[in-house]
Design a protein around this ligand. Structure first.
Ligand code: BTN
Length: 266
């Protein structure tokens, strides 16, 4: 059972998750976090057992049933320049990957699909949606929304081709509050590294070593047309460096494009 008391008693961080708001059910933890962000303490974490209108990227829904998943949103109030905020999503992806490493069997291959999907055995187990409010060119607050499929036994036909859960991959159930606290601990560590230079230079190497489609041919999906390229890894600003078929190098930026494998999701 996910509960506020459980989460609070296991939280080891100084900042991220230093205040926890637990909701049995809400529309979307990102929306709830945004509604309290102006008065909330920096580092407040909103966690829900269920979301009735969970939001994914690109206007999609995020499947958020009771009792099986993690749906949480962290409020950060550093006043970072708005153009730095997308990098926080990369930091969150690193944090979730490391937290799942701690929980999963050593032989389980937890990896990242650029920019921020966490993948086990080629299927998505976590999605991240970062939103912010800006004043001028600075952020007033950033809300980092993280959804992890933990104890789901199955998925609807339309998403089962690309989605999985920790339970499906590991064959055992997990305590969701342990994972919430592990993610906050890892986030605090990697976020600190990011803040030193306000870029991903100290994270890049580890991130790239876990990139699921490193060196592979990928399909770059752009509004003005798709093309194939070889994925060469993330740069220190969070862009994906690719080699086009004519040999030229290009950096693609998340938000503008999606990347998928030539033969499927990864
Ligand atoms: C994606 O499409 O990959 C991003 C999914 C993000 C889902 C999480 S669940 C917690 C937070 N609240 C939301 O409504 N969405 C994010």
């Amino acid at each position: 059972m996910l509960s506020e008391e459980n989460i609070r008693s296991k939280m080891k961080t100084a900042r991220c998750g230093s205040n926890v708001v637990y909701l049995y059910e809400t529309g979307s933890t990102n929306d709830y976090a945004k509604s309290i962000a102006h008065e909330a303490q920096d580092g407040t974490l909103v966690v829900a057992d269920c979301q009735v209108s969970g939001k994914g990227r690109l206007g999609r829904n995020w499947n958020s049933p009771h009792g099986v998943g993690i749906f949480m949103s962290l409020i950060l109030k550093d006043g970072l320049k708005a153009d730095k905020a997308p990098m926080i999503t990369i930091v969150a992806a690193m944090a979730v990957m490391k937290a799942l490493d701690r929980q999963c069997d050593n032989s389980t291959d937890v990896s990242i699909k650029w920019p921020n999907d966490i993948v086990i055995n080629g299927k998505k187990v976590c999605g991240i949606l970062t939103e912010m409010k800006t004043v001028g060119d600075s952020s007033q607050y950033v809300v980092v929304g993280i959804g992890i499929n933990v104890n789901n036994e199955s998925f609807a036909d339309d998403i089962s081709r690309v989605a999985t859960s920790m339970y499906i991959e590991e064959g055992k159930r997990f305590d969701r509050s342990d994972i919430v606290c592990d993610v906050m601990e890892e986030f605090e560590k990697y976020y600190g590294m990011f803040l030193e230079n306000e870029n991903l230079s100290s994270i890049k190497e580890e991130y790239n070593s876990r990139l699921v489609n490193m060196n592979n041919e990928v399909e770059i999906i752009r509004q003005d047309g798709n093309y194939r390229a070889q994925s060469l890894g993330m740069d220190e600003d969070g862009g994906l460096i690719v080699r086009r078929q004519d040999g030229s190098l290009e950096t693609v930026v998340s938000g503008e494009v999606s990347v998928r494998g030539v033969y499927g999701y990864v």
